[in-house]
Write a new protein. Sequence first.
Length: 201
Amino acid sequence: MKVARTVWSGGKGGDYFKVSPIAIDDYVTEGKMSKKQLYIAYGSNINLEQMAYRCPHSKVLGISEIKDFELEFRGVATIVPKENASVPVLIWELDERDLPILNRYEGWPRLYRQEKMEFELNGKTFEGMAYLMNYGKIAPPSQEYYDTILQGYRENALDESFLQKALENSFQMDFTDKDFDENFDIDEFENIDYDDFQLKL
């Protein structure tokens, strides 16, 4: 299979690359993946530099959208149901060797859960996995986190208006300590390296 690739020097963990949207016919048979998992990224994992470091065995397959959902910030990104809305996403062929690290980064299963969702690519419908937050209130992201996602939007030529709208919405909510889920147990994450975790506490 031919992949259009531009190599960028440096970056965390070595070289990383930008991959243009490609056909996935070589990976699928009758709309199903063969020994691979389709991963739907909408937040920091659309950033190619970060994913090259975090999931070096995985590959970009193309760009799509999740319909009837919208992007939302609860300090970090999630997507939530909203009729007639949509969220631009980056589709990855996720190698099973990268899944444990990705789960750890996402705080699965406590902070995020895995959900199967449908999307279209190259005129066909596929099912992939996305991480959705289990709880939390609307709150703006840190500048560093937002810039990480913005870089991913620009690397993959996604419509930045979706990201800007989510940011604007996050500032329309009063966010105080009382908004935190009272059942949240910080001790559960005591062994996590917060330098590589989405929610830097």
